[in-house]
Ligand binder design. Structure first.
Ligand code: GDP
Length: 361
């Protein structure tokens, strides 16, 4: 019972992986929350995300949530779902954040429409550009435009049409200013439905994490861009691509690692290699654990055990000797023909970069 089930399509594409970046308080957590319709943020101290998690959105959920888009756009869904990594906007995680974006197929950069570009927005843009990661902008908190009349969970265009002239004007002014700020960072941008050149112009999706307006547009665009432009990257690979997000002690399991499996399979009993503080770690997967569907790893709900999991998903691995595991590290699986020592050297190459980025923040 893995989370990827798809719709039995012939195409064997994996779920695209998306991550959320942006300045603190722009609404990253709330936006995820709105998409999920659960209330993670309410249960968090100060509403600041302190942990890394991943949320899987099965295609049925996406179809339902993008239904209001059908009037404007047609879409065939070929992927089994969407995996969203919840990257927190906390300074101490910039190491993880930088690594995080390399395992993303597409990123959402959240900008508060009332605040425009902020310090961490600019840092995020730099990060995305360094890693050549494709991204879209969620221009969030449109409900805060003075006198905004909400139509919950609606697509943006229909909601926008319902607004008074004054609201529309304020929106245009703010949008314009933010486009200028983006241009100052060397980015051409355009409202996503006016964007004729997605390769050259960053698409902007206006959203409200409170009313849910623009969320259908956001999901639609994520699927559109990943399916149309990255289908090669979404092909299943026989080899494993995986990244350690977090190292955590869990009662009953000892030290575990939270891993994003971007491609391939992981199986109980697999011999794995990853980067450790005092040298490479080679160990054997004792348990593969996932939380209940549509929950985050950090909710500590009951775990489901798996013999095998298939990308893309967030999975917790229990194994011996994980105490010194380094978050951000790649995780490799030793195959019958692989040279274990070579793999150890490979993963340890990461550590220089990982520790460097810790030092500079
Ligand atoms: P994060 O730090 O980026 O994860 O931001 P949060 O999701 O914690 O949101 C920060 C604050 O902004 C919270 O008080 C949210 O309720 C509020 N917020 C987030 N999105 C919206 C939005 O679309 N509209 C309004 N009015 N408030 C929002």
């Amino acid at each position: 019972s893995t989370t990827s089930k798809g719709k039995g399509k012939d195409s064997d594409l994996r779920s695209p992986i998306c991550c959320i970046l942006g300045h603190v308080d722009t609404g990253k957590t709330k936006l995820l929350d709105k998409i999920r319709q659960t209330n993670v943020q309410g249960g968090e101290a100060g509403g600041i995300t302190q942990q890394i998690g991943a949320t899987y959105f099965p295609i049925e959920a996406i179809e339902q949530k993008t239904a209001t888009m059908s009037k404007y756009e047609k879409q065939t869904l070929d992927v089994p779902g969407l995996l969203v990594i919840d990257t927190p906007g906390h300074e101490s995680f910039s190491n993880l954040r930088s690594r995080g974006s390399s395992l993303c197929n597409i990123a959402i950069l959240v900008i508060d429409i009332m605040h425009g570009l902020e310090q961490q927005t600019i840092e995020s843009i730099r990060l995305l550009r360094d890693r050549k990661a494709p991204f879209i902008v969620a221009l969030n908190k449109i409900d805060r435009l003075y006198d905004w009349k909400e139509i919950p969970n609606n697509n943006f265009r229909d909601s926008f049409e319902q607004q008074s002239r004054a609201v529309q004007d304020e929106f245009e002014t703010r949008l314009n200013n933010i486009q200028i700020e983006l241009a100052e960072q060397g980015l051409n941008s355009e409202l996503y439905f006016k964007n004729k050149n997605m390769a050259k112009y960053v698409s902007i999706v206006p959203t409200s994490a409170v009313t849910g307006e623009g969320v259908p547009d956001l999901l639609w665009l994520l699927l559109e861009l990943t399916q149309k432009r990255m289908s090669k990257q979404l092909m299943y690979l026989s080899h494993v691509e995986a990244t350690v997000l977090e190292v955590k002690v869990v009662e009953g399991f000892g030290t575990t690692i939270d891993v994003i499996l971007s491609n391939g399979y992981l199986r109980e009993g697999d011999r794995i290699v990853l980067c450790g503080l005092n040298g490479p770690i080679v160990t054997t997967i004792r348990a593969l654990l996932t939380p209940q569907p549509l929950r985050e790893l950090r909710l500590k709900s009951e775990y489901v055990h798996h013999k095998e999991v298939k990308a893309a998903l967030g999975v917790k691995i229990a194994a011996n000797d994980l105490e010194k595991a380094v978050s951000g590290s790649r995780l490799l699986v030793v195959g019958p023909d692989d040279d274990e020592e070579e793999m150890c050297d490979d993963v340890m190459e990461d550590i220089t970069g990982l520790l460097d980025s810790v030092d500079t923040t």
